[in-house]
Design a protein around this ligand. Structure first.
Ligand SMILES: Nc1ncnc2c1ncn2[C@@H]1O[C@H](COP(=O)(O)OP(=O)(O)OP(=O)(O)O)[C@@H](O)[C@H]1O
Length: 250
């Protein structure tokens, strides 16, 4: 296990300025030009994260829990460097392996082989690394010659095999995950689960954003509760799950 990885967030906020549907139409652009001064006073800003302070050290397996829209995925994306904080500071030491946003990077018209490269780059691998592991990734998919065909010809199970094979061929000191990727048929699922377990065991840090209580209990030793973009509680998995489940029942 990597012992040097760490993550520090100080007062991190993420805001999204949102254009409403009305604002995007041609007519409304014209109207907007006329009414710009009036609208300028009330921009649509969604605050997805608000003043997040977090210290995660090697050995931590951190669950992020919270209701829909609480900010879990946004936090994962900030940790992965996909989103930059609107305010605050972030320091991540160690390479992140991003095993969420499963469809990111794929091109329906490109072949399986081409998509291995595309997806690998998206999840944080280097080009040389993917080239070096191309044969191994292809073998793990068990898709054979079908890897020469465009992705649009794949079944959903085949697509998942490809996603999984790429994801788990790359090492990361920090593993960012939303759900355990449940992949394909029974035989492949067993092999996939084993591979994922190994990756998580080797990682210095795991951050898991999930609603799956059993998965969190069996995997994590710390948890934080997000509510409307803020951390409202942090502690052991048991403490935080009790609080989260209690709030959900209330
Ligand atoms: N690109 C975006 N533009 C505008 N608002 C966004 C964007 N991404 C997220 N949000 C908003 O930020 C908030 C947090 O969203 P996020 O996806 O992080 O929640 P979540 O906790 O992962 O939710 P879920 O459990 O439903 O997946 C929500 O209010 C969401 O509507």
């Amino acid at each position: 296990m990597s012992t040097t990885a760490h993550i520090v967030l100080r007062n991190v906020s993420v805001n999204f300025p949102v254009l409403s549907f009305r604002d995007r139409s041609l007519r409304s652009r014209f109207v907007r030009a006329v009414t710009l001064r009036r609208e300028a006073g009330r921009p649509h800003i969604v605050t997805a994260l608000d003043g997040i302070d977090l210290d995660i050290r090697a050995g931590d397996r951190v669950a992020i829990v919270g209701a829909n829209g609480a900010g879990k995925t946004t936090l994962l994306r900030v940790l992965a460097g996909i989103y930059h904080p609107t305010a605050g500071g972030i320091d991540v030491l160690g390479r992140c392996l991003s095993l969420f946003d499963l469809s990111a990077g794929f091109d329906e018209e490109a072949t399986g082989y081409e998509n291995i490269m595309r997806r690998g780059l998206v999840i944080g691998a280097r080009r040389t690394e993917i080239d070096a592991r191309r044969a191994e990734i292809a073998e793990f998919t068990e898709l054979g010659d079908r890897l020469d065909l465009p992705l649009r010809t794949y079944s959903s199970g085949m697509m998942l095999r490809l996603i999984f094979a790429v994801a788990t061929a790359v090492e990361g000191e920090i593993v960012l995950l939303d759900e355990w990727i449940g992949v394909g048929d029974q035989q492949f699922r067993k092999k996939a689960r084993q591979r994922l377990d190994e990756i998580v065991a080797r990682a210095g840090i795991l951050v898991l954003a999930s609603h799956d209580v059993d998965l969190i209990q069996s995997t994590c030793n710390r948890a934080i509760l997000l509510q409307e973009g803020r951390i409202t509680a942090a502690g052991t998995t048991e403490e935080i799950l009790a609080r989260y489940l209690g709030a959900a029942k209330a």
